[in-house]
Design a protein around this ligand. Structure first.
Ligand SMILES: NC(=O)c1ccc[n+]([C@@H]2O[C@H](COP(=O)([O-])OP(=O)(O)OC[C@H]3O[C@@H](n4cnc5c(N)ncnc54)[C@H](O)[C@@H]3O)[C@@H](O)[C@H]2O)c1
Length: 459
């Protein structure tokens, strides 16, 4: 099948590379020349496990191309994915500017020579499939004054994306489910055909991503467009709430002397609750959870409902980030003039993504209180240098270098390399020996035995 993908970011690149690797002809449409150049050379412009090698393979074999010219991509396509960014506006609503630009460009290039499915894979507010349909007609009208394109020639579907950065290829090939929302039967059939190898697991796994043992099927949910759009927001709102719940219990555990890890193990074994997404710590971040929770909150309010639970989940999360600084302050008393090391900048391990990362909130608060901050992250430091060139932090070349002469360490991102560090090595480098374990990564007994003033979250 011929597939076009608008927006070669975290979602578009992975979607494009995976469909190309499954044997489809894929063309990415991107506005950033730097990204286009990297992709043409078979290099991934973002850090994502396995993506470099998969991209170089599909680019070399000519199954994946990239362009900044929408017309040629749309002309040859059967399915067009829209995977551009939908960042938050100051009031929490999703900014639909890039979706509108893409939809207008698609509309300008559409024709009545074949039927095409335009797929909203970006996370877009409820009702966006209707809106994209209108924008497509606007684009078509701009290119063909006075004409409209008969709706038999195109369908707009919602196909929300659930991949996680860091495991994006695995999540695409071995998804928990695929959701398709559209009111046109032929569009359902075409997307069913496109996803068929994934649904039936009939492909040979690529070297970058082994099939989990026993995994033989992905459930495919076909529904209406509005429900598909709400499924995405509801999923992320639930995940955010689940973590905030664990953090709320951690704060109670701290006060009553319980160990939140034991408590979460105890509740997670209940099949109705489940063990995942119950890790207490300094809270969630990333490009999706906060943004989607905020957008859902605004949508609910626009429709006359105050979503109290969602607001509380966001409040708990905001306070949780600052807890890391509060714990440093409890140990050091004065923060001004102290040196604090941060291990980890990315919002989670396995990615260089800094969008809404807790590290940024923590750095701002430490700097506001007058601390010197030295940071180390195995992959995300270049991104921070680029995004915030004036940020007054020092960059360390290694995890140990970040500790030299610091009073306290805050573990922000639980990269595997931090797990292995011997506590004595940390103790030897920290002047005050204060360690704030923002991810409950280490064993409290071992840390305290090494003489560290170790503080975890809810333990
Ligand atoms: N990142 C994730 O983990 C994830 C997971 C699920 C869903 N989503 C959703 O998917 C969407 C994309 O997210 P992302 O993280 O891939 O964003 P991103 O910012 O990494 O990528 C978006 C890309 O679109 C390009 N672009 C912007 N306007 C364009 C246009 N008119 N034509 C062509 N390209 C254009 C940008 O240059 C950028 O490369 C968002 O709605 C997001 O909420 C993201």
């Amino acid at each position: 099948m011929n597939v076009a993908v608008f927006g070669a970011g975290y979602v578009g690149l992975v979607t494009g590379a995976v469909f190309a690797d499954l044997g489809h002809d894929v063309i990415l449409v991107e506005v950033s020349q730097a990204k286009i150049e990297a992709i043409r050379e078979g290099r991934s412009p973002i850090y994502e496990a396995g993506l470099d090698s998969m991209l170089s393979r599909v680019v070399r074999s000519n199954r994946l191309k990239v362009t900044d010219e929408p017309r040629e991509a749309v002309a040859g396509s059967d399915v067009i994915f829209v995977t551009v960014g939908t960042p938050p506006l100051p009031n929490g609503e999703a900014d639909m500017r890039h979706v509108r630009d893409a939809a207008l460009a698609i509309g300008r290039s559409l024709s009545s020579d074949r039927r095409r499915v335009i797929v909203n894979k970006a996370t877009v507010p409820i009702g966006s499939a209707n809106l994209v349909e209108i924008w497509i007609q606007d684009g078509y009208g701009a290119a063909h004054p006075g004409e409209t394109l008969s709706s038999e020639w195109f369908a707009v579907a919602s196909n929300p994306e659930f991949l996680r950065e860091g495991t994006a290829i695995d999540d695409t090939l071995y998804a928990d489910r695929i959701v398709i929302g559209t009111d046109k039967e032929w569009a359902v059939e075409r997307l069913r055909e496109l996803y068929d190898p994934i649904v039936r697991q009939s492909f040979n796994p690529p070297p970058e991503s082994q099939r989990p043992p026993g995994f033989d099927h992905v459930p495919l949910i076909v529904t209406d467009r509005i429900s598909a759009e709400l499924i995405k927001y509801a999923a992320n709102a639930f995940l955010a709430t689940k973590i905030s719940f664990a953090n709320e219990i951690a704060n109670v555990a701290d006060r009553v002397g319980a160990d939140v890890k034991e408590v979460m193990r105890g509740i997670g074994l209940d099949a109705r609750i489940g063990p995942r997404f119950l890790n207490a710590g300094i809270g969630w971040g990333g490009s999706c959870l906060g943004k989607d929770l905020a957008a859902l909150t605004v949508m609910a309010e626009n429709y006359g409902y105050v979503p109290r639970l969602l607001k509380a989940a966001a409040d708990v999360n905001r306070d949780q980030r600052l807890l890391a600084v509060k714990l440093v302050q409890e140990e050091l008393k004065t923060i001004k003039g102290r040196r604090v090391a941060l291990w980890g900048l990315a919002f989670k391990p396995g990615t260089d993504d800094l969008r809404d990362a807790p590290s940024l909130t923590i750095i701002d608060e430490l700097l506001r209180l007058g601390a010197r901050v030295r940071v180390y992250d195995p992959v995300a430091m270049d991104n921070l240098r680029r995004q915030a060139p004036d940020l007054a932090v020092e960059y360390a070349r290694t995890a140990y270098e970040a500790l030299e002469g610091a009073d306290a360490l805050i573990l922000v991102t639980e990269w595997p390399e931090f797990r292995e560090v011997p506590p004595q090595d940390v103790k030897a480098r920290l002047t005050q020996g204060v360690v704030i374990d923002g991810r409950n990564l280490w064993e409290p007994g071992a840390m305290r035995a090494a003489g560290l003033r170790y503080r975890a979250i809810g333990r």
